[in-house]
Design a binder for this molecule. Structure first.
Ligand code: MF3
Ligand code: CO
Ligand code: CO
Length: 327
């Protein structure tokens, strides 16, 4: 069957509209937003590997309430006097573990090995892996390679030179969850992937810059979507940022696109994540048979960055910074 998508130009070819510009600088974004995009060849897509047995956590580390059952409960916020301090410590620890885990990335290293580095990083800080058995998730972080958008399960697949991989780190420390992620190149990747990662990071930062008391939740997604689509990238709709604290995922929901229904006014003290996922082609999603791994339907690459942030009196504080000063 011949489809329109089969006739679309390559990223660096001239646009079909006759503007003389490269396709990626011209109509690629509009095509992708309308669900038209070239598909990556099936042979080039990421294949699932084997998942190793569950990593143990020593008994002295306080577990999440779902570590055994897999089902998260309402959570216990603990003493209000120390809540913000404990949250700051958890978020800083998450940012540190992200850097440690990223330092282990190299061609030939498996994502399971990265899971081991990350797991050890949590334990060394007295923290518990938030993702471990969360609704049954089997590992201590999510590793999302190339066309995997999010929730990739660390496995036996060796990373290849030129891959891009998102490491999504969440630690449960002192009764609080800290959540952050970043996408990295393995070895040297291509210029389009570099641009996707750079624009995704910039989009996240623009979303965060929209945060201040009196602004509305939809201002965050509006900033992210406008920037992403101006650069010809898609924005994933199905997964959003979320409130976080004593509970891993809670209200408010933070979409990364504009939707006027999300008109909650931001107030000092609110804590949530901003975690946009951008795609080179169409943002339409598909799921692997493992019921976790979410990939782009067209097989083109995706990138994601994430911070946990807090609304302050006059702006925003990024909590998931490795260099944060915390008592
Ligand atoms: N860290 C992810 C987030 O940003 C959630 C992962 S949940 C898991 O919200 F179960 F997939 F690990
Ligand atoms: Co995360
Ligand atoms: Co998150």
């Amino acid at each position: 069957m011949t489809t329109r998508t089969a006739q679309l130009p390559g990223s660096n070819d001239a646009c079909w509209c006759g503007s003389g510009q490269k396709y990626k600088k011209c109509h690629r974004g509009a095509d992708a937003a309308a669900g038209r995009s070239a598909s990556a060849p099936a042979g080039k897509r990421v294949q699932p590997g084997d998942i190793s047995p569950r990593r143990p956590v020593p008994a002295h580390i306080p577990p999440t309430d779902y570590a055994e059952s897999g089902i998260p409960g309402p959570g216990v916020p603990g003493a209000p006097a120390t809540r913000l301090l404990r949250l700051r410590r958890a978020c800083k620890a998450a940012a540190e573990v992200l850097l440690e885990s990223a330092a282990a990335l190299a061609p030939g290293v498996t994502t399971d090995f990265i899971d081991g580095v990350c797991h050890a990083g949590y334990l060394r800080r007295g923290g518990f892996p938030s993702t471990l058995n969360y609704h049954g998730f089997p590992k201590s972080l999510c590793t999302s390679v190339n066309e995997v958008i999010l929730h990739g399960i660390p496995d036996s697949r060796p990373l290849e030179d030129g891959d891009i991989v998102n490491l999504d780190i969440t630690i449960y420390l002192e009764g609080m969850h800290g959540d952050c992620s970043a996408t990295f190149a393995v070895g040297k990747t291509d210029p389009d992937s570099e641009r996707l990662m750079r624009v995704t990071h910039e989009a996240m930062m623009l979303g965060i810059e929209a945060v201040r008391p009196g602004a509305r939740v939809y201002d965050i997604g509006r900033a992210i979507q406008a920037y992403a689509e101006r650069h010809g990238f898609g924005v994933v709709r199905e997964y959003c940022g979320h409130g976080i604290g004593a509970v891993f995922h809670q209200d408010p929901t933070i979409p990364h696109y504009f939707d006027k229904k999300f008109n909650t006014v931001l107030e000092e003290g609110m804590v949530f994540t901003v975690e946009p996922m951008l795609t080179m082609g169409s943002p339409r999603i598909r799921s692997w048979d493992d019921d976790w791994t979410v990939v782009t339907a067209d097989g083109q690459r995706a990138a994601q960055f994430e911070h946990t942030v807090r609304v302050t009196r006059d702006g925003v504080d990024i909590l998931t910074r490795a260099d944060a000063t915390v008592a």
